[in-house]
Design a protein around this ligand. Structure first.
Ligand code: ZN
Length: 181
């Protein structure tokens, strides 16, 4: 059987299935599908193992005023080999809010892989008519975001309240537009 799902769609359905955030109808549809679909079956098996790893994740998730806030529990590096990179990617893809705040207070170092991951998360959310904001970045991280021009797309807010309120500036119909450089 040919799958018919785009890779991004498949990844999201599976992530939501595992996070039990699909509605009953979608669960029934997916369960009727994946047993006969090699691509979905393999991806589900892999994702299930990754989700098990994430139960011990350094990344915490909480929801406030319709916005998801992701924060690292302990000091973290967003670098090539860090497990936090994959945790961040999974977490952003998994939750159904397209408005996400990432608290970088515990992030001590970011390399090009980490910047790439932040931009990947940002693009994913913007494609889904949402937005992403950064709060509490340390001075050295802020300098890096400024130097690379990433702060034009991902401004750092000094506190969570201001960041939460900044989502109100996004007109719903304009929220899907990627800002031009
Ligand atoms: Zn499939």
């Amino acid at each position: 059987m040919t799958c018919g799902k785009e890779p991004l769609e498949r990844e999201q359905v599976i992530a939501r299935y595992l996070a039990r955030s699909l509605d009953a109808e979608a669960v029934e549809e997916f369960e009727g599908h994946y047993l006969g679909c090699d691509e979905c079956f393999d991806e589900l098996y892999l994702s299930d193992r990754i989700v098990a790893d994430l139960r011990t994740s350094n990344l915490t998730w909480r929801r406030t005023e319709g916005v998801s806030v992701l924060k690292f529990r302990m000091n973290a590096e967003l670098t090539q080999s860090a497990k936090e990179l994959e945790q961040l990617r999974r977490e952003v893809l998994e939750q159904s809010d397209s408005r996400v705040i990432i608290d970088l207070s515990r992030v001590t170092r970011i390399d090009s892989a980490g910047l790439g991951q932040l931009m990947g998360c940002y693009s994913h959310l913007v494609r889904n008519a949402g937005a992403m904001k950064i709060v509490n970045a340390r001075p050295e991280i802020r300098r890096l975001l400024d130097m690379t021009g990433i702060s034009m797309l991902l401004p750092n807010y000094a506190d969570e309240q201001t960041a939460v309120r900044s989502f109100d500036d996004i007109a719903p119909e304009a929220a899907g537009d990627i800002p031009r450089a």
